[in-house]
Ligand binder design. Structure first.
Ligand code: UT7
Length: 320
């Protein structure tokens, strides 16, 4: 017995922010952003929140799976941008959708968070501890952007994706993941300083700060490692893969990874042109699009891989 993805969903904010519109806010231009990243526009939350996007994506995934909220025993929301620290986003989703039998928690592994969440649910389901889980990747990254820093604010967007998972004869074949906390400084977002009656620490920047080139090098090295490790564990060759769904950070990262793996770029769907980098949400949104568009067919062999702040990375190999 393994676990499988029974249904998918996604939700995006209504507001579309084009590169040209960004160029009126910060010193940038459409040509630079397209050439260096492949991003043309992104969605930015105005009325939406991490919670509302999560709820909308979850409802669609439940309907797609044909599973009732009461059947869900675990909700994990992977996010680095919750609306508040307590109650956690999964509890808020639970209340909204009526998943009264679920335990609920948040998981932060930055852009690898959704993959960490899927792996966690896989462990619970394949071991028989529980049957159905709802895993959501959701972000409103726009609230942790320094909108005067053209090096970061043009890259990211808001959105959410969700999957319902359950027991299955076929599905997840192999998992792979890890972290290197010693390189955490290349991608950071400050936290509240320790301030109490006994100490007053300096505040750190509340915004995302990134050494883009270091993250780029890490990504193009790590993705082939993940895909090769998954293939070895699953006793298949990377050339057997029908689709590879990667975290959507930069088109050049995806192209370089495809080249290093010796695989055709066509099997790497890309949607970052529309949404930018949505961190924990990106693979979940891409998966929903691949599912609904028919790119994913029953029996497709698919690898999914995420990488990001931490530094963290994780992937799965599955038969759809
Ligand atoms: O989710 C996981 C995390 N993120 C990633 O995976 C991102 C990984 N890194 C990247 O995708 C790329 O490193 C970036 C897209 C972030 C940057 O691309 P780059 O080719 O590494 O550019 P750069 O940072 O070396 O900057 C090149 C030039 C600089 O100007 P000078 O010093 O050459 O005059 C920058 O100031 O481009 C300039 N620049 C911009 N120009 C216009 C940087 N950002 C912009 C901008 N618009 N938005």
């Amino acid at each position: 017995m393994t676990s499988s993805i029974l249904g998918t969903g996604s939700a995006l904010p209504e507001k579309i922010v084009t590169n040209d519109l960004l160029a009126t806010i910060v010193d940038t231009n459409d040509e630079w952003i397209r050439d260096r990243t492949g991003i043309c526009e992104r969605r930015i939350a105005t009325t939406e929140t991490t919670t509302t996007l999560s709820v909308d994506a979850a409802r669609i995934a439940l309907e797609d799976a044909g599973i009732s909220p009461e059947e869900i025993e675990l909700i994990i929301v992977a996010t680095l941008t919750p609306d508040g620290s307590m109650p956690n986003t999964a509890c808020k989703v639970q209340a909204e959708i009526g998943a009264t039998n679920a335990m609920c928690y948040e998981l932060n592994a930055a852009c690898a968070g959704f993959m960490y969440g899927v792996q966690t649910a896989h462990a619970f389901i394949s071991s028989g501890i529980l049957k159905h889980a709802l895993i959501i990747g959701a972000e409103t990254l726009s609230k942790i952007m320094d909108w005067t820093d053209r090096g970061t604010c043009v890259l990211f967007g808001d959105g959410a994706g969700a999957v319902v998972m359950g027991p299955s004869k076929e599905g997840i074949i192999a998992v792979e993941g890890g972290a290197d906390g010693s390189k955490g400084h290349v991608l950071t977002c400050g936290n509240a300083p320790l301030i109490n009656p006994f100490v007053r620490n300096e505040a750190t920047s509340p915004y995302v700060d990134m050494d883009g080139q270091e993250v780029f090098k890490f990504a193009v090295r790590k993705i082939p490692e993940i895909v090769n490790a998954l293939s070895a564990k699953g006793n298949v060759s990377p050339s057997d893969l029908d689709l590879v769904l990667l975290h959507q950070a930069n088109k050049r990262i995806i192209q370089t990874a495809a080249k290093r793996l010796g695989l055709n770029e066509d099997i790497f769907p890309i949607n970052l042109s529309k949404y930018g980098n949505t961190s924990a949400a990106s693979i979940a949104i891409l998966l929903d699009e691949a599912n609904k568009s028919g790119q994913l067919k029953k029996g497709s062999l698919v690898a999914l891989a995420g990488f990001g702040g931490g530094l963290t990375w994780a992937g799965i190999l599955m038969k759809w």
